[in-house]
Design a protein around this ligand. Sequence first.
Ligand SMILES: [Ca+2]
Ligand SMILES: [Ca+2]
Length: 71
Amino acid sequence: MSAENLREFFDAADKDKNGCISTEELLSILTKAFDGDRQKALSVANEILKADVNRDKKITWEELLKFWSDL
Ligand SMILES: [Ca+2]
Ligand SMILES: [Ca+2]
């Protein structure tokens, strides 16, 4: 995945456009991506939430980009 794809994912996930992805926003986009499979969405969300380094349950673009470039 390129940084551009990542940005698209971020913008799509950040529905209220407040500059960060909340746990709910993350679950909502993942559940949709996995055709309503909430179990799968939850397990992927748990992986992505590792990007939340300051543990405020929100992922900023900086956090996501850092997480992605460290993979
Ligand atoms: Ca948001
Ligand atoms: Ca955070």
